[in-house]
Design a protein around this ligand. Structure first.
Ligand code: AMP
Length: 508
């Protein structure tokens, strides 16, 4: 590979490598010529830190514990040395008896990891297979009747096959748990333990996780034998490459504001996060009505629909992909320019995962969050986590459509209730008290953006639809970020009318 630069250690918050005075090239890592050829064809010039550090470790055959988020290049970091090891010790496995098992939490991630195996394994004699639920099982039976060296699987469908004896895990030489934290979050711990009991004790095990809870540590302790450890992603920090901003807007105006933003900025490829599946559907429908090509992906969609939407989004025919957190987990698009948080996640770490979908592998990206008064607590939790303020930015030229007084609240437009942690706002905390929060910093503001006052002024407002119902539940208006009189706004544009309402069900 060309230009020696970068590597080892320096990492931006989503794990993107930063220049360090260590010179590592792909050719230094000990990978075989056919693998280097495939890497060269992808256009990568230098290994990312997880690759520079992890590949030699995995090649030596030891176990590995890696703290790495998506976007760090971790997939190539384990796929390349696995392909090397398998081809270094060639062996034709019996049908349905793979040599390597890569366990992942979601279907999308499974499909992408297996695609990476095919990409990097283009010039070596290795057969791979992907296995997940929600699709016809017959093609999987057929594939398992043939040779499979590397099996990429989600735990549930894998255990279905184990139960039917269509797959045999007794030949596993290398086991990878990818995004182990997510697998635990999704309740896969029992399935994982069942799988571990089925694979040989003597094996190489690699565990990748973005975060290290006690549960992950316990899993790693029981699973890994004197592992090498790598940490390329600092936990709980947000990417310095991602330009982050917030538009304060009442929940009921978010759809219109989003359509306005897409047109105003001419966003051609935007990934939008909603908290609920139903919310994702409704938002996609609204955008389509506005002649903006959009589709929703989430767990209730058929795998075919999800794959189609993702493919169209990747090739640029679909402008907007609306996704829930889990569905978006495996989405890997190089240089995705724009992420929108239609609602903030109630778990602040999810914000970091979401914005990590942009600004990947060294490219710049932007993340905009549409925040209702009820979500101010979440916003503060996020700012506390990422240790910086996110600029509140006014939107020029957006006038929300009038809403009939007394119109019923759409259940799915309702923002979440202040949850776990929930920050200070919404509990009667006087405006201006920061609770140790960083104030919005000038340098957190996107270039050319005008700052808006904390707590209101999205440039979004007609009057609340139902003033009584919408009155803030906690404390004075100012404390919930509800509008306060502002001379400039009052003659320039309608004030933001921030709602207080009941939560929508979260179905991530
Ligand atoms: P991952 O963390 O495995 O999801 O990878 C994130 C993105 O980084 C993927 O789109 C890869 O194609 C890309 N990538 C992986 N390795 C490199 C590299 N050495 N240089 C540039 N991009 C890379």
């Amino acid at each position: 590979m060309s230009s020696p630069v970068v590597s080892a250690g320096g990492v931006t918050p989503t794990g993107t490598p930063t220049a360090m005075p260590v010179t590592v090239k792909f050719t230094d890592l000990g990978l075989s010529a056919p693998l280097l050829r495939a890497v060269a064809e992808t256009g990568y010039t230098t290994p990312t830190p997880i690759q520079a550090q992890g590949i030699p470790l995995v090649l030596k055959g030891g176990d590995l514990l890696a703290a790495a988020q998506t976007g760090t290049g971790k997939t190539a970091g384990f796929t390349l040395p696995i392909l090397h090891r398998l081809t270094d010790k060639p062996l034709t496995p019996k049908p349905g008896r793979p040599r390597c098992l890569i366990l992942v939490p979601t279907r999308e991630l499974a499909a992408q990891v297996e695609e990476s195996v095919r990409t990097y394994g283009k010039y070596v004699d290795v057969k791979s297979m992907v296995m997940f639920g929600g699709v016809n099982i017959n093609p999987q039976y057929a594939a398992l009747r043939g040779r499979v060296d590397i099996l990429v699987a989600t735990p549930g469908r894998l255990l279905d096959h184990v139960g039917q004896k269509t797959v045999d895990l007794s030949g596993i030489e290398i086991l990878v748990l990818d995004e182990a934290d997510r697998m635990l979050d999704m309740g896969f711990i029992r399935d994982i333990k069942k799988v571990i009991a089925l694979v040989p004790k003597k094996r190489q095990t690699l565990l990748y996780s973005a975060t290290f809870s006690d549960e992950i540590k316990a899993l790693a302790n029981g699973l890994l034998d004197h592992p090498g450890s790598i940490e390329v992603a600092r936990r709980n920090t947000a990417s310095e490459l991602v330009e982050q901003s917030v538009h304060l807007v009442q929940q009921g105006h978010k759809k219109d504001l989003l359509a306005h933003l897409i047109r105003q900025h001419n966003w051609q490829q935007v990934l939008v996060f909603t908290r609920t599946k139903h919310g994702a559907n409704k938002l996609a429908e609204k955008l389509i009505k506005e002649n903006i090509p959009a589709a929703a992906i989430h767990g209730n969609k058929s795998q075919g629909a999800r794959t189609r939407a993702l493919a169209q989004f990747k090739d640029g025919t679909l402008q907007v992909l609306v996704a829930t957190d889990i569905a978006a987990r495996g989405i890997d698009i190089d240089q995705l320019p724009q992420v929108v948080n239609f609602e903030l996640p109630n778990v602040p770490e999810d914000y970091v995962h979401r914005i990590g979908r942009t600004g990947r592998a060294g490219s710049a990206g932007a993340a905009v969050s549409l925040v209702d008064a009820e979500e101010m607590g979440y916003l503060r939790d996020i700012e506390r986590l990422i240790k910086r303020g996110i600029a509140r930015v006014e939107v020029d030229g957006f006038v929300p459509p009038p809403t009939p007084v007394g119109a019923p609240l759409d259940r799915d437009e309702r923002p979440p209730r202040q949850g776990r942690g929930g920050g200070g706002q919404g509990r009667g905390q006087p405006r201006g008290q920061s609770h140790g929060q960083p104030r919005v910093q000038a340098d957190a503001r996107p270039a050319g953006a005008r700052p808006a006052a904390d707590g209101n002024r999205a440039g979004t407002g007609s009057a609340p639809r139902n003033p009584q119902r919408n009155a803030p539940r906690h404390g004075p208006a100012a404390a919930t970020g509800a509008p306060t009189p502002n001379r400039r706004e009052s003659h320039n544009r309608p004030r933001a009318a921030l709602l207080s309402a009941k939560p929508a069900k979260t179905d991530r």
